[in-house]
Design a protein around this ligand. Sequence first.
Ligand SMILES: [Zn+2]
Length: 252
Amino acid sequence: MKILLYILIFLFGTIIGSFVNVLIRRIPRKESIVYPPSHCPICEHELKTIDLIPILSYILLKGRCRYCGEKISIRYPAVEMLTGIVFLIIYHKFGLGFKAFSYMFIAAILITVSFIDIDYKIVPNKIILVGFIGGIIFRILMYNYGLIDYIVGLILGGGILLLISLISGGEIGGGDIKLMALIGFFIGWKLTILVLFLSVIIGALGGVILVALKIKGGKDYIPFVPYISIAWFISILYGYKILNYYIKFIRG
Ligand SMILES: [Zn+2]
């Protein structure tokens, strides 16, 4: 039975991932997310249900549009797969419950915003707003987890980045600041501080690797949201372990 639940959670993740693809494409262009129905980005032909099965449609169609034969970006099935795997890992670690669902919710937001940041160098306010509405709902549903911890997380997450941004003269975008506040509202203050540390370390490493591989030049814009998102994922999975090691380490 357990294996069936794993499969269901993965499929649920790929369906959400398919919706994430719609958001990544339409939100920055200020298009409606419900109308018109999904269509091929090249020939604009409306897609039928059979063309919209996450991952599977891409494989069956060998990565090409059924109507015009043009290549479909591998990013579509990749985002669906990524969301499915992330949901699966969250379920494996946290079981089924509000906590797991709140993490799946923020994971979908982070995947969406990461790819929009890569494509358009922006963090849309609309998505942040939806994130906060979801955050308020989860805080009410999870009232027994305490509220103060999460509000402090929100203030610290946004506040520390805002401070760094002010000191550095705007090196950090407003979108990153709002996103970090949102993350704080979902994970509480301790993990928020860890996310800040880890995202700087991962961001520096990632930047060096991208420049070394010549994917990016030294002066190119390097989106920060993907690094924040990776740091968030590591923190929810291993955060308290890392913090405990750290405390042991400084105590000698
Ligand atoms: Zn087409």
